[in-house]
Design a protein around this ligand. Structure first.
Ligand code: SF4
Length: 369
């Protein structure tokens, strides 16, 4: 009994050291004994970064190449990869808060119906919790020494603006207001009422939990499409309802302003539907119904509609085009080798405005010619 207790005490005392050893050992094993061929990954975020700026794409996804060329800059870059601007945090926290609210809404549906006061109390508690979370993280980031990599990686949070020494204290209350405002608008919208009716009718409802990314459940099984076996695609909608085996509603929340040219059904929504179809071993919409919408939280405008077969064909084509675009930046266009072309062949953004606020600007300026 005493020996057991001593072992537990030792494990507790050296838990950080043990975790580090396990982490480095698993890295060593995966490098020394690769188990599968490299595949090309495609995700909405990855393609957005590529379209935004090829250099940003290199610094984000090919930093193992940067490590070989300049270890010091690579050290700096691994921090830049993790930090986010305040605007990005607003988007992230809006998704968290809405997901938290929908989970509470779902789990306490009957209690809230019997006691409407509970509803207000729960909403206020969620908002208070979010306010405290944002304030705590903001203050933590503000006092952080970003040159202390080990300290940074204890929590991996920080704001781009603080990294570059900007004083943005006055922007924090506004950021909290925006996040809570997004939830308030949602609660007052017809979407909230519709969702209430799904709970009421006992429909199968799925709510994404963005605080815990589950890459396995995000994977789209493209092996079932000829020629797509080496492509890894990740996608997960924020909310979906299964009315029946052949009737789905898919929703995705957007926290930024909609494009004035916004029209039709986005590629992301088409991909979510394709993922569901592939789970049924098909790519045909025959006998199936998908209603899909992107809902913009700052206006509550929704864009989308009922999917047609041509939408499914177009997303399959789009994945193929995206993969070809990514291959252009690889030596011999070979995803298996996965070696990026010379970094100076990655084009910079042509927009000064993008560079002025870009998280990677410190490393970008020093590294690229
Ligand atoms: S600073 Fe400009 S060119 Fe460099 S990565 Fe950022 S957006 Fe691209």
């Amino acid at each position: 009994m005493k020996i057991k207790k001593n072992i537990f005490t030792l494990v507790f005392l050296f838990k950080n050291l043990i975790l580090k050893i396990v982490f480095y050992f698993s890295c060593y094993v995966s490098m020394a004994f690769p188990t599968k061929k490299s595949t090309l990954s495609r995700s909405h975020t990855r393609m957005t970064v590529l379209e935004w700026c090829e250099r940003k794409y290199y610094l984000n996804y090919y930093d193992f190449d940067l490590k070989k060329r300049d270890k010091e800059l690579w050290q700096e870059n691994i921090i830049l990869k993790k930090i986010k601007s305040l605007d990005m945090r607003i988007g992230e926290k809006s998704h968290y808060l809405l997901s938290d609210y929908l989970h509470v809404f779902k789990n306490f549906y009957n209690e809230r119906k019997l006691n409407p006061a509970l509803r207000e109390e729960q909403i206020q508690n969620l908002k208070n919790k979010m306010k405290a979370e944002m304030e705590e993280e903001f203050n933590y980031s503000k006092q952080l020494d970003f040159t202390d990599t080990e300290k940074f990686f204890e929590r991996k949070i920080g704001l781009t603006e603080h990294y570059y020494g900007e004083n943005i204290d006055d922007q924090l209350p506004l950021a909290i207001e925006k996040v809570c405002g997004n939830l308030d608008r949602f609660i007052q919208s017809t979407w909230n009422k519709k969702i209430e009716s799904y709970f009421e009718d006992g429909e199968k409802v799925y709510i994404e939990t963005p605080r815990e990314t589950d890459f396995e459940s995000m994977r789209v099984d493209l092996n079932k499409i000829d020629g797509f076996s080496n492509i890894s695609v990740l996608a997960a909608p924020d909310f979906w309802v299964v009315h029946s085996d052949y009737d789905y509603l898919i929703l995705d929340w957007k926290s930024w302003k909609e494009d004035i040219l916004q029209d039709g059904i986005s590629d992301q929504l088409k991909l979510y539907a394709l993922k569901t179809l592939l789970k049924k071993n098909k790519t045909s919409l025959e006998g199936m119904k998908f209603e899909v919408y992107e809902v913009y939280l700052n206006s509550m405008h929704a864009y989308g509609g009922e999917l047609q077969q041509q939408d499914i064909e177009s997303i399959i084509q789009k994945i193929q085009q995206d993969v070809e675009k990514q291959k252009n930046l690889l030596v011999d266009r070979d995803p298996e080798k996965n070696i990026p072309v010379d970094p100076d062949l990655f084009s910079p953004s042509l927009s000064d405005k993008k560079c002025e606020t870009c998280t990677f600007r410190a490393v970008c300026k020093k590294f690229f010619k």
